[in-house]
Design a protein. Structure first.
Length: 419
């Protein structure tokens, strides 16, 4: 078998073939990031507001259709899980004096199962049966004077709480309580579940770029209008005013924050927060002001943010590390806020940095290949990037407002974009 020598023409041909292959991939990438229109939906649910932003192609259902689907989904979740709606499925279960099995809807069973599993993993720090304690302290749907309950009341109420007082039947999709006076409060997990359900609606319609938020619980996928990962701000945990503590890039993940600094009442010089410790029956104390959790679903992030806040900084950090949770703890030290993050949370940020670097590297590579094509195809100037991209009719962002039609255009664009 003879080996053909690498002549100048063969080298040129191989080079052109390699560049064409690279540009085919690049063009596909560019077309996949062609700007899409952005729609924004807002409304009220679960005692708070919601915001949905999404970028979509022209073949998805109308904004009005998607908004109606979202509203219907949220109404069904409220009818199932609200403790403020006396006719909801959960309210009927709480009022029932029966300790027998009660069939429930699939959404309610799904949330109950997730809540009990997190309760088990958190060793009781997340407890959906603490509703009576929340009411006792005046933070629930029942109106109460903001007085400190006496020790006897707290002890008696503790007797009817505990995630071990609920049982689930997976086959029959039913739930029962071991005491007739047990009740359930899903406020620390239901919003996260609702966010996930809205995300599911968008994905069913082929929408790949979105950000969904309900009362600060967020899930995002894809990129925003600037072709960057969605930028999510974490509140500075201060009692007055609003400020951002940190901004995170979120892509195909959920984020939830549980804070212990706004919903409270004062008696004397002491502040009583709304987060109740299931072990003591008293509001959580300490300098831990908020916990933010990033997870695959917003339901998990929502619940774990509450569980870790209840556990406190030391125990919470240890548990989060053991379970591989991405968590950020913010401690208030007399108005100065200190952050403590799990290793997994920090590695998540590092991944965002790596992704950004690779994206920038790819863009630079496309630009260089574009200039090379401009040279190979007879556009000798290499000072600007119009030569190759202009040939493909794509234009460019680096000082070129239109496809190039002559070497004079190349020079002009190079003059505009720099020396």
């Amino acid at each position: 078998m003879s080996i053909r020598p690498l002549t100048t023409s063969r080298i040129a041909g191989m080079t052109i073939a390699a560049i064409v292959l690279f540009m085919a991939i690049a063009v596909s990438s560019v077309r996949s990031t062609i700007p899409l229109p952005v729609s924004k939906l807002t409304g009220s649910t679960m005692g708070t507001g919601y915001t949905v932003k999404y970028r979509h192609a022209s073949d998805v259902p109308s904004v009005e259709t998607i908004h109606a689907e979202i509203e219907q989904q949220l109404a069904e979740i409220n009818q199932s899980m609200s403790t403020y709606d006396v006719d909801s499925e959960l309210s009927r279960f709480n009022r029932s004096d029966s300790t027998g099995w009660m069939p429930v809807s699939t959404p309610l069973y799904t949330v109950l199962a997730a809540a009990l599993e997190i309760g088990r993993q958190s060793k009781g720090a997340f407890d959906i049966t603490i509703g009576p304690l929340v009411n006792l302290w005046g933070f629930g749907p029942e109106n109460r004077s903001q007085d400190i309950p006496d020790a006897e009341e707290i002890a008696a109420t503790l007797e009817r709480t505990g995630h071990d007082k609920l049982m689930l039947d997976e086959i029959g999709r039913a739930v029962r309580k071991t005491r007739a006076d047990v009740s359930v409060d899903l406020s620390a997990i239901a919003k996260g579940y609702a966010v996930d359900q809205i995300a599911a609606i968008l994905e069913r319609h082929g929408i790949e770029h979105y950000m969904v938020e309900i009362g600060g619980e967020i899930r995002a996928r894809g990129v925003n209008a600037q072709q960057m990962p969605w930028r999510i701000g974490i509140d500075k945990p201060q009692t007055q005013g609003h400020a951002v503590q940190r901004v995170l890039a979120l892509d195909n993940a959920a984020l939830a924050t549980s804070g212990n600094y706004r919903n409270y009442f004062m008696i004397g010089n002491r502040r009583y927060m709304h987060v109740i410790d299931p072990a003591t029956g008293w509001p959580v104390e300490g300098r831990l002001a908020s916990v933010t959790v990033q997870a695959e679903t917003c339901m998990l992030a929502d619940a774990w943010a509450t569980a870790l806040l209840v556990l406190g900084l030391e125990r919470g950090l240890v548990m989060a590390e053991q379970l591989g949770l991405q968590a950020l703890f913010i401690v208030d030290r007399g108005g100065a806020f200190t952050e403590y993050a799990t290793n997994h949370f920090e590695s998540g940020e590092a991944q965002n940095i790596v992704v950004t670097f690779l994206a920038a590297f790819l863009i630079i590579g496309i630009a260089i290949a574009a200039m090379a094509i401009g040279v190979v195809m007879g556009r000798k100037p290499i000072a600007g990037s119009c030569g190759g991209l202009g040939q493909l009719g794509l234009g460019c962002d680096g000082g070129c407002g239109r496809p190039c039609s002559s070497s004079e255009n190349d020079k002009s664009s190079a003059d505009k974009s720099g020396p």
